[in-house]
Design a protein around this ligand. Sequence first.
Ligand code: PEP
Ligand code: MG
Length: 573
Amino acid sequence: MTKQLKGIAVSDGIAVAKAYLLVEPDLSFEKRSVENVEAEAARLSDALSQSTKDLQAIRDKAVKSLGEEEAQVFDAHLMVLSDPELISAIEGNIKDNKVNAESALKDVTDMFIGMFEAMEDNPYMKERAADIRDVTKRIMSHLLGVKLPDLSMIDEEVIIVAEDLTPSDTAQLDRHFVRAFVTNIGGRTSHSAIMARSLEIPAVVGTKEITEYVVEGDILAVDGSEGDVIVNPTDEQVADFKAKEKAFNELKAEWDKLKHAKTVTADGKHFELAGNIGTPKDLDGVLGHGGEAVGLYRTEFLYMDSPDFPTEDEQFEAYKAVLEGMEGKPVVVRTMDIGGDKELPYLKFPEEMNPFLGYRAIRICLAEDQMFRTQLRALLRASVYGNLRIMFPMIATLAEFREAKALLEEEKAKLVAEGVDVSDDIQVGIMIEIPAAAVIADRFAKEVDFFSIGTNDLIQYTMAADRMNERVSYLYQPYNPAILRLIKNVIDSAHAEGKWAGMCGEMAGDQTAVPLLVGLGLDEFSMSATSILRTRSLMSRLDSKKMAELAAKAITDCDTADEVVALVEEYTK
Ligand code: PEP
Ligand code: MG
């Protein structure tokens, strides 16, 4: 019977193939008391070394298929396997309670998982819990002699269906055979989703119930760009998906040809296409998709992925890795943007009525300047390893910019006095994400080296519509003429002072917005890596003069966002 499901589209692409149902292995066991605790400890030790062997093999495969950085998750798993605290707790449990290894393993790992999961707000600890769960499953399978499904043995075209995929499952997928995967749970930023994008396997997660509707051998049609899944599609639906797949693959092949190309419009105007990153390991994606720069490095993830404030040296290493990785191409590093929806478990403040309008980003940095100075020093020390640009987030007033810049200068002078090398060619700019700054961009332009427009926040503040509130999402309008006028003011103000203006909000990679932004003369577009090539391709088909006409018309003649969209369609037909 045909059944249609909708999930979260996390990795682009379309596929039609046979379902491969990933069944959870039966790892149930009886708790037993044992006399010979030494023998039980030896069983545990065997299971641990077999698991280590498995994981090393999986890690080696992952390095080949995903790259060194993505394979690091398995180093974390191998660390769990050799964690003396964990292992001695399991051995102690066997000896003290005279129980079998299975029972001791489960008791101890449940305790650790529970402890890490209780630290609700800390994604770093949550990941540790997921790592322990994944590793425990493997040790248990060796203790019980149960084989874990071996996804690396798949040798025909399939679409994997599962409750969820662990990182080790995902790393074993061979993209030649695994055409897509669909899961019950997960979100855009879950590990499996991130890996699917690096492997370029279409994926839909969070369908809630796909496993209830699929039996082995069913045919599935999956659209990883829209989040659509059809179980046992009709002939017509298959034909429709096949046609979409063909069109998508042709498009992608066209985009891929542009990987080493310059970003130019049909009439030869150059724009810079950059990638947004959250960690140094995201660089592979930016370079792999032909990014010409990093336009936004969200350094708060360094703080969020860590159990405590990252030290100056830890930060230095991360910034250096990114600068070296980009080999002299520009890297815009945004100083930490905590607050709003991004919390740090180790930096607690009183609850606020409106966190998005509250104590966040540069406001925290200027008030707790020790933390800010540490980040600035790490950045300055790293500056000699590439083309660093420093950007302050959430700037509302010139006073804030001046104060932040003064702190930067102070730290620079101290480092130079200490004999540390610091680049003397570091651009310092601001994000324009608060309407007040957009309105007086002409004044800012005299003092900053560049602007990067953060539309994710600029739109929510301009329209007074929370970017995460579904009920007001109809007001979250990137194409509203009010937003376009602010953007125009920012770009024109920068140009009047000989400075450049970029954009690092999601709007920069939005295919309806790009023609307008080209027309407004935006210099740099920074987006998620997977949007870069399609944007380069779109730009190559645009005439910049015609787009300037479109933008001028949208700004002067349109009353509503819908009118703007219609105009874009007319101009890009
Ligand atoms: C923005 O606000 O547009 C932006 C890029 O910053 P973030 O999404 O991290 O708030
Ligand atoms: Mg923002």
